[in-house]
Structures are given as C-alpha cells and as structure tokens.
Design a protein around this ligand. Structure first.
Ligand SMILES: *Cc1c(COP(=O)(O)O)cnc(C)c1O
Length: 228
C-alpha cells in the first residue's frame, strides 16, 4: 500500500509545478517504523523528514538511502543531535535557534542548510517569523557563516476557505521569489501537506511534505506528547 501511494504521488508531481520547477516530495515519517520508511524509499522517495529529534535519532541508522530533513519544531537543547546529519532543516523560526545552530555547526566545521519558517496564517499555535519580519530575519542570518538559507517553509492554517489559502500561498511565493532574486542558494518553497498540497503546488510550492497520504492514518500511542 505504501509503495502504491508513493508511486501515485510521484506520478502526480512528475510534471513539476506551474512555474516550471521540479517538485521534491519529502515523506513525513513521524510515528512510522524504519520498515515502513524503507518501503517508501524503495518505491522512489528520496527525501524523508522527521519532526522530533528523538525519532530522527532513533531511526537514523535503520533507514537507508534518503536525504534526511528535519521538519518539526526544534528545541535549542536538541540541536546538537542534528549536527552533521541533516540535509535540510525546515524549521528555522527564531534567532535563539540560529545562534545555537551556528555555534554547534561551526564547531563541527559543517554548514546547516535551513529554510526560514514563516507563520503565514499568523497563528498563535504555530511558530515562525511573521510575513513582515522574514526579509529582515533573512538579512540578519546572512551574518551566520555556518547557516545557509535555502528557502522558506510554511504550514497553512486548517481551513476550507480556498480563496484565503490561495492568497496565503501567493504571498509565500512572492516572498520566495524576492529572496531568490538576490540569493542563488534560495531554491525551495516547502509548503503543502496531505490535505492541501495540490493547492500549494498550484500556487508555487516546489517541496511538499506528505505523511498520511503516503503511509495512511497515524497511530499515536495513547497519552503521547506531540511536542517536537
Ligand atoms: C506531520 C507533518 C507533515 C505531514 O502531515 P500529513 O497531513 O500527514 O501529510 C508535514 N509537515 C510537518 C511539519 C509535519 O509535522
């Protein structure tokens, strides 16, 4: 079933987005076993993303042959476990985190490739820079030699209001293009999950993070803390 879902998703994004860009599929693997993740990789997934450091670390050696992304909220005291291990961190959302990443990455002589997380819906429950604050944050982060900003990430609010979601995507796309014009490292706009990825791609996303639509419903153990 996983293999089938992966092949279907890959076929659907094979033509790229309407902006002529290739779309990268990141399998969101929280709660999935290494066997399930390896099945997805065997079916063609090249990028996988965890959103908790503990799961990232626990599964690291049992999963083979994919770029490792970190997509969840990242606590500063857990940064050390990701150093040298991530292909891309999607959730750079505050300077306190950037400071810790810079310090640890420099010590390891490694560069942390990151996306700036934008709280596009201005939701209290979500982290990220405000839409108005992103460009300023980006400029300040250029002074961090061991952090490379490769684009933007956002999670759309849960809503059925297609017009609203489309407008938010377009704002993200405009901001992405503004940054990309002056910075050749900027290439990813990570936006879209199982419920909204088609709308996101239609409006300019070139990286989607799919969990449920690849692996089926998540099986959370009772009373688990969902915090990153
Ligand atoms: C879980 C998760 C996803 C995937 O969510 P689905 O709705 O299962 O596709 C995407 N992005 C982040 C940051 C996640 O934590």
């Amino acid at each position: 079933m996983i293999a089938e879902n992966v092949k279907k998703a890959l076929a659907e994004i094979a033509g790229g987005n309407p902006f002529g860009e290739k779309i990268t599929l990141v399998a969101a693997t929280k709660t999935r076993t290494p066997d399930e993740i390896n099945e997805a990789i065997a079916a063609g997934v090249c990028d996988i993303g965890e959103n908790k450091v503990q799961e990232f670390t626990q599964k690291f050696d049992d999963v083979h042959g994919a770029n490792r992304h970190f997509i969840g909220h990242l606590q500063t005291n857990k940064v050390k476990y990701l150093i040298g291990k991530t292909y891309l961190i999607h959730s750079l959302d505050r300077f306190e985190l950037a400071d810790e990443l810079q310090k640890r990455a420099e010590k390891a002589d490694w560069t942390a490739n990151c996306l700036l997380e934008v709280n596009i819906g201005s939701e209290l429950s979500k982290s990220g820079f405000s839409l108005d604050g992103v460009q300023d944050a980006y400029k300040k982060l250029l002074a961090y030699p061991n952090i490379r900003i490769e684009g933007l990430m956002a999670m759309l609010p849960l809503s059925d209001d297609t017009a609203l979601l489309t407008a938010l995507c377009k704002k993200m796309r405009a901001l992405f293009e503004t940054l990309r014009e002056k910075d050749g490292n900027v290439e990813f706009l990570s936006m879209g999950m199982s419920g909204d990825w088609r709308l996101c791609v239609e409006n300019g996303s070139n990286m989607i993070r799919l969990g449920t639509s690849l692996f089926g419903p998540r099986r959370y153990p009772a009373a688990e803390n969902h915090e990153g």
